[in-house]
Design a protein around this ligand. Structure first.
Ligand code: CUA
Length: 174
């Protein structure tokens, strides 16, 4: 093992020396020699920058549409939304009501009484379907429409102390 590391180190030093040697050999050129090269690569660099800018813009819009976080300042009407008040405590959840209907959007108003918790909704196969942070002093709005009835598990997603792992409750969708 030691000899392998030793060999790798020697090869590494050899490579660095080779690079230095190459740079020194090639540093004999004059300023004028570089002008054409510099011009060419500045051009390539500008095109590459514009390409990345356009690509980044497209990827950002495509991946954030629809935007996954609902408007936190909007008042969601209780005619259209089922409102569920959620509070995280060390180490349990309060959730009122704990039963909702499928097919109509639910607005979870999520907060915490003590420390940060993570409000995660899991289906019967324990696949995470929606989540938000539960933070003291804030109410985070999470909107989800359940498309079919079932029993859903609420697990804490943020380590919040000794009994974090038992912070589980159930949500019934009718
Ligand atoms: Cu609450 Cu982890």
């Amino acid at each position: 093992m030691i000899s392998t590391v030793y060999a790798i180190t020697l090869v590494g030093i050899g490579l660095v020396m080779a690079v230095f040697y190459f740079v020194i050999i090639n540093s004999k050129k004059t300023e004028a020699d570089y002008q054409s090269i510099t011009k060419k690569w500045y051009g390539v660099r500008s095109k590459w920058f514009i390409f990345l800018l356009i690509l980044g813009t497209i990827v950002t819009f495509a991946s954030l549409n629809p935007f996954p976080i609902p408007d936190q300042h909007k008042e969601y009407s209780s005619n259209d939304y089922q409102i569920v008040a959620v509070n995280g405590h060390q180490w349990y959840w309060t959730m009122t009501p704990a039963t909702v209907k499928s097919g109509q959007p639910v607005e979870f108003q999520v907060s915490a009484a003590d420390v940060n918790h993570g409000f995660g909704i899991y289906d019967e196969n324990l696949v995470l379907i929606a989540q938000t942070q539960a933070m003291p002093g804030y109410t985070n709005k999470l909107i989800h429409t359940f498309d079919k009835p079932g029993k859903f598990k609420i697990l804490c997603l943020e380590y919040c102390g000794l009994a974090h792992h038992v912070m589980i409750t159930e949500l019934t969708v009718e």
